[in-house]
Design a protein around this ligand. Structure first.
Ligand code: NAP
Length: 336
């Protein structure tokens, strides 16, 4: 008998076909995420789970799944999974690093440019007839923005995505790149010409601050009132990591009181945010609905990575993207 796999959202047909050679699959085929109660019920009888970042895979859920051996997350971030609990229970947790780096870095740049050059505001200006109503085709002071060349790009979290954003900033836009991370990477500093700084110095010196740390207990509200006050009033904040890395209330205050010049946000505390959310009131803020990895290329490659992890586990191998290596000491890989 094949092991049973529950997948919490529709993936790509070719990947499902590949997985069905190994697993007996059930897919939650609604657009919205399975409610927690449904998830609890579904995991009870399965051997493997494919989860999304919106699925709460907490200790209660894991403890209620006696047959569950692997949670294959369809994302690089896994802050929705209680990894410590999974490890104790001998449940393997995998993610999909690398294959979404390019997509997320490109989206980061789309946001930087959109805020710096007021793209969304300009689109609305044209689309809603304001430009036409001014009867002015061109004005020396119409929609002035900020140039990036020679400015300082501050990266918080120089991992895969942070590095790619830094590289595009340095090589593509001629920006001076500074970064903060818990670990210094001198090789990258030499290759790309970046400088390591403390978090406070990055915030004080950067014209564009871009966040790329994972959400952990250490990075929760890492950027709050104190940090936002350190930024230049002309600086832009970009967050394509996780919403809760930034204290939203403090960010709204910073924008309202002009501590910073604007923001570009792909991620939020409490997604999806309502249309009357305070952040929607600012013209100098560009908001997108958590689409960092939303390219055909990345999303398909993520599904393939999920399948690679599951198939490796099925074959009794350690999955290539295991996030809790200590689990191997608790239980060997495989469904036997
Ligand atoms: P990564 O390669 O693990 O990079 C994260 C970096 O942050 C690492 O260098 C890490 O250092 C560092 N870090 C961890 N905790 C830190 C702390 N407290 N202070 C400073 N630096 C810290 O991950 P990635 O692939 O670049 O992805 C980064 C994050 O982006 C993911 O965790 C995910 O939440 C988010 N993301 C969002 C989207 C989206 O759709 N918007 C798409 C992809 C990813 P160590 O390696 O030493 O831990």
């Amino acid at each position: 008998m094949k092991p049973r796999l529950f997948i919490t959202r529709e993936l790509f047909d070719d990947v499902i076909a590949r997985l069905s050679q190994y697993f007996d699959i059930e897919i939650w085929d609604r657009y919205y995420e399975p409610p927690y109660k449904v998830l609890l019920e579904k995991v009870r009888g399965v051997d493997a789970l494919v989860s999304l970042l919106t699925d709460r895979v907490d200790c209660n859920l894991l403890s209620n799944a006696p047959r569950l051996r692997i949670v294959a997350q369809y994302a690089v971030g896994f802050d929705n999974v209680d990894v410590e609990c999974a490890t104790k229970l001998g449940i393997y947790v995998t993610n999909t690093p690398g294959v979404l780096t390019e997509a997320t870095a490109e989206l980061t740049w789309a946001l930087i440019l959109a805020v710096a050059r007021r793209i969304v505001e300009s689109d609305v200006f044209v689309r809603w007839g304001e430009w036409y109503r001014t009867m002015t085709a061109w004005h020396p002071k119409m929609m002035l923005g900020t140039e990036l060349k020679g400015k300082v790009l501050g990266i918080i979290g120089l991992g895969r995505i942070g590095k790619r954003v830094a590289e595009i900033g340095a090589k593509g836009f001629g920006m001076r790149v500074i970064y903060y991370d818990i670990r210094r990477d001198t090789q990258f500093e030499e290759e790309v010409g970046t400088t390591y700084k403390g978090l406070e110095d990055v915030l004080r010196e950067a014209d564009v601050v871009s966040i790329h740390v994972p959400l952990t207990k250490d990075t929760y509200h890492m950027i709050g009132e104190r940090e936002l006050k350190m930024m230049k009033p002309t600086a832009i904040l970009i967050n394509t990591a996780r919403g809760a890395v930034v204290d939203t209330e403090a960010l709204v205050k910073a924008l309202r009181e002009g501590w910073i010049a604007g923001a570009g946000l792909d991620v939020f505390e409490g997604e999806p945010i309502p249309p009357n959310h305070p952040l929607t009131a600012f013209k100098n803020v560009v908001l997108v609905p958590h689409i960092g990895s939303a390219t055909y290329e990345a999303r398909h490659a993520m599904a393939e990575a999920v399948a690679d992890n599951l198939v490796a586990f099925y074959e009794g191998r350690v999955p290539p993207n295991l996030v809790n290596p200590d689990v191997v000491k608790v239980r060997p890989p495989g469904f036997k």
